[in-house]
Design a protein around this ligand. Structure first.
Ligand code: NDP
Length: 500
């Protein structure tokens, strides 16, 4: 590099003439209080960390593009899907969920799959996971659930007792538990997993018709997982395996790709469909709502600076664009306010202005000031509405059709009759697995449940076994045998015995 190096300066731009030696009183004397260059260096260093995300703290991210391959304009007028061949820039952040920012990439955990599409109608964020469902279906339960995945308040260790106590008391978690303990709970890095928007969202077309929609990103690298033993070994060998793998593949020009597919449900179907289509613990079976190809997502650029782009990236399911809307999914409803709230706490009120989060197209509003208003802050344009000075105006063409709601305000039991089948879908999933996958799933569950300890151990195990049996007898028997629990099936489930 023959370029002349840039001049070193303080943060305020004062050139620095010595970056190695503090100012001292005499050759061997103490440091002077006036050595501001030293103070600034140390003070900034002390403040290098920002609060890590409460969940999804360990992550990796990359920029890329999305290209439309199939026409879905009959369902949505979102500009990103306007024509086949259209390209949109994006940023994608993968993550684990329960661990801290330095935790191992190969922990058994769901993987976050959060995409920010920079569209001309604003940023559209799909803030999903590598699983199509979630552990709970009401946001009221989220904090309690996450506590069980974090550290024991006394020992400060992860606690299988807390985890299984919660899951066994909360049968709606079973579907996600079966996915988590299959080998998809330990994916081989981030390139070989599917992403799912998980929630039900809505599409709105140019005729202002609403459809319900689910988003699926299918890996074009093929599904590849670690076995439990391999994942454990990799924790010791390379805790940053997934980060390293993603960066290496992109830098080598081997750009990872996913096919975006959607399931689309006409608005009226929701009233009669046999599954609550807004229940985040359930999928829509493909036979009922087949996958429709939409386009290809590619990652092709490693950000030049991890903190600026990956750590400061902030996604929110609230960020939809014209042609895409929300649904009554309770978990989505809970996440709409809570994600931006988390970012305001973590990054500050102007987090949307950070380069990775900023919509590259026009942003015009009357929001002003606040900590770190580091752009022009609206300059001298009006900061109130309405005004007579040419400030930004609303666009009446982007309104949504009204959404019908029925019933009385109440804290309705999320698991009331008709909403309480926690077993059919996990059972179907287990039965579609290969023999080997079934064996691994049972082995992974047994290994984890062996960690349950304390006076409630037997109670927790028996309660959880009942859930496994109700999903699938072979699953229940496999786990019971692995845990050396003797079960008299003739008493326990006579009908199920006959079908064995
Ligand atoms: P299908 O046979 O049409 O689809 C089965 C799906 O299961 C495929 O999408 C497959 O993903 C996925 N799958 C396979 N192994 C696992 C695993 N260990 N963990 C998570 N997903 C897995 O069946 P249905 O649509 O009728 O659904 C049957 C069950 O499949 C559901 O109860 C659900 O548990 C699971 N599933 C369904 C999805 C849906 O949206 N309908 C999505 C994902 C899972 P792939 O093709 O990428 O291998």
């Amino acid at each position: 590099m023959s370029e002349t190096p840039k001049k070193l300066t303080t943060a305020s731009g004062r050139p620095v003439w010595d970056n190695q030696n503090s100012v001292t009183a005499g050759k061997r004397g103490p440091i002077l209080l006036q050595d501001y260059i030293l103070h600034e260096k140390m003070a900034h260093f002390n403040r290098e960390r920002i609060p890590e995300r409460v969940v999804h703290a360990k992550g990796s991210g990359a920029y890329g593009r999305f290209m439309v391959t199939n026409d879905i304009t009959p369902y949505t007028r979102a500009k990103i899907f306007a024509e086949v061949g259209k390209e949109t820039r994006l940023f994608l952040r993968f993550s684990t969920v329960g661990g801290e920012k330095g935790s191992a990439d190969t922990e058994r955990d769901p993987r976050g799959f959060a995409v920010k599409f920079y569209t001309e109608d604003g940023n559209w964020d799909v803030v999903g996971n590598n699983t199509p469902v979630f552990f709970v279906k009401d946001p009221m339960k989220f904090g309690d659930f996450i506590h069980t995945q974090k550290r024991d308040p006394k020992t400060n260790c992860k606690s299988p007792t807390m985890m299984w106590d919660y899951w066994s008391l909360n049968p709606e978690s079973l579907h996600q538990v079966v996915i988590l303990f299959s080998d998809r709970g330990t994916p081989y890095g981030y390139r070989h997993l599917n992403g799912y928007g998980s929630h039900t969202f809505s599409f709105i077309n140019k005729d202002n018709e609403r459809f319900w929609v689910k988003f699926h990103f299918k890996t074009l690298q093929g599904i590849k997982n670690f076995t439990d033993a391999e994942a454990t070994e990799m924790k010791g060998k390379d805790a940053d395996f997934a980060q390293r793998d993603l960066v290496a593949s992109i830098e080598a020009g081997d750009f990872p790709r996913w096919m975006l597919k959607v399931q689309v449900m006409p608005e009226k179907d929701a009233e009669t469909y046999h599954i609550n289509p807004f229940d985040l613990t359930k999928v829509w079976p493909h036979a009922d709502y087949p996958l429709i190809d939409v386009g290809v997502l590619e990652l092709n650029e490693v950000p030049r600076n991890y903190h600026a782009h990956v750590e400061q990236s902030a996604f929110a399911p609230a960020h939809v664009v014209d042609g895409i809307g929300y649904s009554p999914d309770r978990m989505l409803q809970g996440r709409i306010p809570s994600y931006p709230d988390a970012h305001r706490y973590r990054l500050g009120v102007n987090y949307e202005k950070l380069p990775v989060n900023r919509c590259p197209f026009a942003i015009n509003n009357y929001q002003r000031d606040g900590a770190m208003a580091f752009d022009d802050n609206g300059g001298d344009s009006p900061n109130y509405y309405p005004n007579s000075f040419g400030g930004p105006e609303v666009d009446k063409t982007v309104g949504e059709p009204p959404m019908a709601v029925f019933g009385l305000c109440e804290r309705y039991d999320r698991n009331a009759e008709g909403e309480d089948d926690h077993y059919s879908q996990p059972g179907s999933l287990f039965r579609l697995m290969s023999q080997v996958d079934q064996q691994h799933t049972i082995g992974n569950i047994v290994g984890a449940m062996k960690g349950i300890s304390g006076p409630r151990r037997e109670q927790i195990i028996m309660r959880q076994l009942c859930h496994f049996f109700r999903a699938d007898v072979k699953l229940g028997m496999g786990v019971a045998q692995g845990l050396d629990v003797q079960i008299d099936m003739r008493q326990f489930m006579p009908a199920a015995m006959e079908s064995l």
